[in-house]
Write a protein that binds this ligand. Structure first.
Ligand SMILES: [Zn+2]
Length: 213
């Protein structure tokens, strides 16, 4: 990443803006970043759809997930423990092991930039989410980050806890119009508690699915 930035800042900006990232750090926050949102001068309550249609996934029914073998057994098990939570969203997750069988690939990743607090991200319009488990503090944060990125992969945006909520580096957050409250899509990733999908998450998923039609 550092080399890309040095060689071609324009390309880097384009690439970086295409990522939806989760940051760790004290507040464990995350920020949706793509060109429209980066240009926003203040927090915007969106009335329009901002969806990314993931590749190779079905909105309803079976959801085949493959985990990178570089995750430890415990890390993979920890993420698989969220399967009951995912079913709340109307999906039936199952683990697959063969390359190419998956709808979603959960990739092991290490962010090697020492001063960068990115712990996970979803590159727009792909079937992968990336998680740096070395930067995650505990089981809850692994599970909550996994669910959060999976939500982005499904097309979900951020649901804010309160109006004008700000995210990483005090940047404005584009809040979903579905309402405010605790959800798996909060800009700040909770690490003290497990955050199961809430009614607001279901509303947000319904909202983006309607956008796709
Ligand atoms: Zn996010």
């Amino acid at each position: 990443m550092r080399q890309q930035r040095g060689r071609a800042s324009t390309i880097f900006r384009w690439m970086f803006s295409a990522l939806i990232v989760v940051y760790s750090g004290y507040s464990g926050c995350c920020v949706v970043q793509h060109p429209t949102r980066l240009r926003a001068p203040t927090t915007i309550l969106s009335n329009t759809c901002h969806t990314f249609v993931p590749l190779n996934h079905t909105h309803q029914g079976l959801l085949r997930i493959r985990f990178d073998r570089r995750f430890t057994f415990h890390e993979t098990m920890t993420m698989q423990q969220t399967y009951d939570w995912i079913s709340v969203l109307g999906l039936q997750p199952v683990t697959v092991f063969r390359e190419g069988e998956e709808h979603l690939f959960v990739s092991w990743w290490r962010n090697n930039q020492p001063n960068d607090s990115v712990i996970g991200y979803y590159p727009t319009a792909t079937n992968k989410i990336y998680i740096d488990t070395s930067r995650l503090m505990n089981t809850f944060q692994i599970q909550n980050t996994f669910m959060h990125e999976l939500g982005h992969w499904l097309g979900m945006g951020h649901v804010c806890r309160f109006p004008l909520e700000r995210g990483h580096r005090d940047r404005p957050v584009l809040c979903s119009p579905v309402g405010y409250g605790i959800t798996m899509m909060n800009p700040s990733v909770e690490y003290l508690l497990p955050v199961l999908p809430t009614y607001l998450d279901i509303l947000e998923l319904r909202r983006v699915l309607e956008c796709d039609r």
